[in-house]
Design a binder for this molecule. Structure first.
Ligand SMILES: Cc1cc2nc3c(=O)[nH]c(=O)nc-3n(C[C@H](O)[C@H](O)[C@H](O)COP(=O)(O)OP(=O)(O)OC[C@H]3O[C@@H](n4cnc5c(N)ncnc54)[C@H](O)[C@@H]3O)c2cc1C
Length: 426
């Protein structure tokens, strides 16, 4: 399906491209195309790597990376900050100065408000940016309309902290301000959502904090899924052995309504539960720009792609990677986004230069802390079979059930974060 000009203007809510382009200007090196060009939307785990690899593979292709923020804060390891195990977020924060200088990437700090797949340009708060091929890696946004009573004040009172930064600080402060004896509620959505083991790790780290600083307190994890969706035996062991009497896990409980001022969540089937701190993680979809640009499937949630090239099946010349895309069995993780970005960049360059495309060989490893000194992991290798991504049988697995590697894996996890953030920012 393609988008004609009339429908495109409708998507903009009636505004014309000219009106939107009239805002504060981006440099002409960004708004004027001087040769073959790839534009990348989103400078997170997927986009920064895609931009870098296109330039590494072919210096004759101009690359513009469009990002709304001058700094990027990593979600991986933000649970440590939330639980008071990191003094601040400096170890999680990168900027784009070295990446841009080292690889000759043009940075465009602007909000993308629309994509014109017919005119092949990205419409931003700073002007229009033309492209030959576009890579979109906008991460996630939330399906808050599925929760009755949720409005713009809700995330301030019941933070999701599922995008790192200000939200992480709100949740951390609420935990610090909570009196001993308080109840923390974490409400997590049905899959698929960003970082399958993330809510379980957060439960462990908040429990670590409570055990040390507020031992009469409890954490209640309300899981909308019928069972633990990642590393089940490992998290269950940690909750039992480390946090007995602190962590309560309740599966199959989906929050459908909230009263944020009264710190109350309502579960499908009428139960209402009050907490002192409520970490409400709503159900998710591809980042808003992907929805607005009609890159999502019929369910309006995630973006279908050709799983070899990551080219959208909705609009030619636009590729979607990271959390926003449907990458078969690959989880929505930073590591997956990094793997997808490299394959996508390779195939975008191949398509622009008439070379054959290559099949993905992807990896995902997700480390999760179960305490302040121990971590567990899940790993898998992915490949292409008949044009689709598959999980290579027997290629991975989870950490030993006896926790014999948790100290070593804690160190591997820390090293993974340093390596991947360095790769994204240099
Ligand atoms: C608590 C938590 C822990 C996690 N731990 C791990 C872990 O240990 N390992 C792991 O591999 N993954 C982990 N993840 C998952 C990981 O954060 C995501 O999977 C990853 O960030 C996805 O990369 P992305 O490029 O799709 O999106 P992001 O990294 O979120 O990047 C999206 C970027 O696009 C920008 N953007 C979006 N829309 C626009 C627009 N309209 N205009 C301009 N810019 C825009 C955003 O500002 C952002 O910088 C964790 C997630 C959470 C929440």
């Amino acid at each position: 399906m393609t988008l004609d000009r009339r429908n495109f203007i409708k998507l903009l809510g009636g505004a014309s491209t000219v009106a939107l382009a009239g805002c504060a200007g981006l440099p002409s090196a960004v708004t004027e195309k001087r040769g073959p060009r790839v534009v990348v939307i989103g400078g997170g785990y997927g986009g920064s790597i895609a931009a870098k690899y296109v330039r590494m593979l072919d210096k004759s292709i101009e690359v513009v990376l469009v990002e709304r923020n001058r700094e990027f804060v990593s979600c991986p390891f933000s649970n440590f900050y939330i639980a008071g195990l990191m003094p601040d977020m400096s170890a999680l924060t990168i900027n784009y100065d070295k990446l841009a200088a080292n690889h000759g990437i043009h940075m465009a700090y602007a909000e993308v408000t629309a994509i014109d797949p017919v005119g092949k340009k990205v419409i931003t708060s700073g002007g229009d940016i033309p492209y030959d091929r576009l890579i979109v890696s906008p991460g996630i946004d939330f399906r808050t309309e599925e929760i009755e009573g949720y409005d713009e004040s809700t995330p301030l009172l019941m933070p999701h902290a599922w995008k790192a930064g200000e939200q992480s600080t709100i949740l951390r402060k609420q935990l610090q301000d909570m009196p001993d004896g308080g109840k923390v509620i974490i409400s997590m959505p049905l899959t698929p959502y960003r970082c399958p083991p993330g809510p379980y790790e957060r439960t462990c780290l908040i429990a670590t904090y409570l055990k040390k600083h507020k031992p009469k307190s409890k954490v209640l994890l309300l899981d909308a899924n019928p069972d633990v969706v990642s590393k089940k035996p490992l998290f269950m062991k940690a909750w039992k052995e480390y946090y007995g009497g602190i962590v309560e896990y309740v599966p199959g409980k989906k929050v459908t309504k909230v009263d944020a001022k009264n710190k109350t969540v309502y579960i499908e089937g009428i139960e209402d539960i009050k907490g002192d701190v409520i970490n409400l993680i709503p159900a998710q979809r591809a980042g808003n720009i992907a929805v607005k640009a009609d890159l999502v499937g019929d369910d309006k949630k995630w973006c279908p792609v050709n799983q070899v090239t990551f080219e959208s099946t909705k609009h030619k010349g636009i590729h979607v990677i990271g959390d926003a895309c449907i990458a078969g069995p690959m989880p929505k993780s930073g590591y997956s986004a990094n793997s997808e970005a490299k394959v996508c960049a390779t195939n975008v360059v191949a398509l622009m230069t008439g070379k054959p495309t290559v099949d993905l060989s992807g990896i995902n490893v997700c480390y999760s802390a179960v305490s302040d000194h121990g971590s567990v992991s899940v790993a898998n290798v992915y490949a292409i079979k008949e044009g689709k991504i598959i999980s290579v049988p027997n290629s991975g697995g989870i950490s030993p059930a006896d926790f014999s590697l948790i100290k070593a894996e804690h160190a591997y996890g820390e090293s993974w974060l340093k390596n991947i953030l360095t790769e994204m920012s240099t």
